[in-house]
Each structure stands twice: as structure tokens, then as C-alpha cells.
Design a protein around this ligand. Sequence first.
Ligand code: MSP
Length: 486
Amino acid sequence: MFFIKYYITTPIFYVTNKPHIGTAYTVIIADILARWHRLAGNDVFFLTGTDEHGEKIEEAAKKSKKTPQELVDEVSEDYKNLWKDLGITNNDFIRTTDKKHVETVGKFLTEIYKKGDIYKGAYEGWYCVPDETFITELQLVDGKCPICGREVKKVKEESYFFKLSKYQDRLLELYNKNPKFLMPKNKSQEIINRVKSGLNDISISRSTVKWGVELPMEKDHTVYVWFDALVNYLSAINWPNESYKKYWPADLHLVGKEINWFHSVIWPAMLFSIGLDVPKTIFAHGWWTVEGKKMSKSLGNVVDPLDIIKKYGNDSLRYFYVREIPLGDDADFSEKALISRINGELVNDLGNLVYRTLTLVEKFSGDIKGNKELEEKINIQKINNYMNDFDTFNAIEEIWSIVRNTNKYINEKEAWKLSGEELGSVLYNLLESLRIISILIAPFMPETSEKIRKQLGNKVENLSDCTFKTYTGKVKKEGHLFEKIK
Ligand code: MSP
């Protein structure tokens, strides 16, 4: 069988913070895309993991009176467990303290050094520890970090530099030639303008930080944590071993907007340096606030996704994430908004459709067959195109229009008044539409999809099964899919 490979990644998560509703967003969206590509028959490699080196971790460990190793072992387990609870279907989980990764970073830097793109100098400027970012005097906003608004510290130390400036033209050419490299479109200009305005070489080693990968050129330095972290996308697939070619270049690095620069500028320049292909797309998604405010420990408004899924279920949260905003926009989380989606769309639209249909089918004893009048309204290609363009928002809207149309069909036909062949034909249209809906929602709401499939008595299917066929299911109604929340 012919498979198209699809390599999708999330950023690797800092183990200083417990996962929250914002971090869960990145991994859930990536999971939805990964599941969609599997449904379409692609050979998916879905990677996530934890970012475990650097000053931020060193400091956090000191504060919690643990060794860095103890801290990273503990919190990376929390991430792994939460991802399991969230039903994430990653194929691998990389930790930057894995021996394989540490070795790969060494090899990667040695290659760049051989190309003449690394030189020794000294760094003098500002550093934001929470963002692990070097910041120039000009970038400061009111003396604070331009990314997170927190305090920055003065740093003066010996350091090795990467010749980022050398790659300005190649980067601009990349953005120009590959319109899908920088996504979404409305955020790409910001990056292009910054690159056009000129690139400085960047510091890539720390001589005052101990918790990191040893710099191959000078053992007293550790590799700057971002230069270490980005390499995870290659170490996970065994670069430089030939087998990396099975999945490289990555099809999608899904990242949050604040780390777009590292992925859209620094990462491709690193790859140019050693002569590797660049990923096909960097997609920068937006940020979630909670009831209008940025989440922070000091405000005490950090929402734990575990609490949400315990209360409302995994599928409700997944549905909410894609339904609220187009991927790329910022959004606001509140339980009120979540409840309104559950009651309005999951209970009323989808839940009711399944319940009404199965009630009618259970009372019917004739043949379920007839015309295919609902089939022409279902446009699978359109949904697949949206998903290939990372447009989860319009994809779910299109799927929902099938749900709404099918509900409308019951009303227009006044199905409850029908009998005999006429009812058999209406039920055929309803059951086939529902079977297709259950397939299409599987990446978005896997548990709900499974519940519908079981009640319809269908086998597991994929995207190529989304056409009307001879009805062969065996219906078994099992109560409501979703409960109305008061
Ligand atoms: N370790 C780096 C990434 C290195 S990738 C080579 C990092 N980690 S992080 O833990 O701070 O962030 C991980 C992801 O969570 C990022 O994509 C980030 O944008 C996302 N989010 C963190 N808070 C968020 C919100 N409030 N809303 C949406 N996503 C947010 O950056």
C-alpha cells in the first residue's frame, strides 16, 4: 500500500511549569491534526516531549531544593501522564536529557562548526530567564522582556556565536518561494519585516550555566538551551543515521506565537548551515487567556486541564478549542463559554441527532434502504482541504453543517409521521450520514465518535469510507451522548 508520510511536532515543554489549559492547547491541536492524517491513510509520526536543560531549570531546581535531574524526571512524568489522560496519540516522547538527544546535539554543533558558522566572542546584554532569550538594549520594553514583560538580568560572559546574519537572504528567499512555510498568513509579515531589517549573530553557549549539553568546542560551556532544544526534531528520528530520511523534512512544527522566531528564523538557518532540508510549515498559534487575563501563578488563575476534563470530558474540551477560534488567533477560556458550547452544540445538535435517529430506527422493522439524497451535501474533499491548510475552524464548521442539515432533514421530512418504504429511505439517509459524521469527528472527538460507531453497530473505518454504501449496521441505542449542564 502507498503511504504518504506526515511528520508533525509540538514544541517540547519546559518542565518548570505544570501543564495548563494553554500548553494543553498546543498538544491537543497537534493530536487532532495527527489523527486526521492517520484517518486519511497517511503514515504519521507525531512527536512531543520535554525541554529539560538551561538556566530556568537550574534555578527552579535550586528553589525546590532538588537536583535538576530530580526535577526534570518528576515533571516530565507529569507531562507524560497528562498527555495520556488527554488521549494524546504521540508516537514518541523526547526528553532533551535523553542520551540519544545529548549526543545528537553534540554532532549537530560540530557540523555547524566545521562549516565555519560558529566563532568565539563575548556576550554582553540582557537575558530573560523564563523565556531563555537573549535580549538587546533596543528590544527592551520599559526595561523589561518584550515577550513576557518580566524582569531581565544583565549578562556578561564569554560565549560562542552562530553566524545567523549570513542567512538573511536565504531566509527571505525561503519565505518568498514557499508560501506555506510561514503560517498563518497574517502573522508571516511580522517575521519577514524583522528579517529584512537585519539579523545579528546569536549567542549559542553559556559559560555560567552548568545544567546543559557540553559544548563540543569548549567543555566549560554548555549549549544555549534553544540551540539544544530545536535539535530534538532531528534527534527523535535518529539523525544523522540514514533512517531519519523516512520522516525528514517535518511537515509541520506547530508552535505558540511567542516562539515563532526561533522556529521560523533560527531553526531554518541552522539547517541551512549543515545542508539539511527545512520543515514544510511552521504554524504559530495564538494564546489563551482565562476570563480575559493572562494566566499566572500570582493571579492564581491557572486552569488545570485535568480539572476540566474530569468535569466535562476530553471531547468537550477538544471541541471547544477548535470551535472557539481559527488556529492562529488568540482566545479566551471560561467555563461559561465551554458550557454554552456543550449545551448548545454537543447536546442539542449532535446528541439529539443521534438520539432521535436511533429512536426512530429501533421502532422500525422494514428495510433500511433508498435514495441517497443527503449524500450530495457532504463534501469530504472540502473538509480535507481545510485540514491540509491547518484550518481546523472551518473544517469543524463544515462537519457541523452536516450535523445541522441532517437534523433539519428529520424535521422537514417529519420522519416521525412516516412509515414503510418512505421511512426506510429516510432512515437510510440518516444512518449513512451519521456513520460519516462519526468518521469525520473521530480526530476531534475520538470518544464520542467511538460511542456513535458502537451504537450504530458499524466497524472502524477511515476517510475513504465516507460515501453512502449499502446499510449493514446493527443499531443499539445507549442513552444520551452528552448531558445538559445546568
Ligand atoms: N521549551 C520551549 C519550546 C522549545 S521547542 C524546540 C517552550 N516551552 S513552553 O513550555 O513554554 O511552551 C510550550 C508551548 O505551550 C508553546 O507552544 C507555547 O506557546 C504554549 N503555550 C504556553 N502558554 C500558552 C497559552 N496561554 N496559550 C496557548 N499556548 C500557550 O516554549
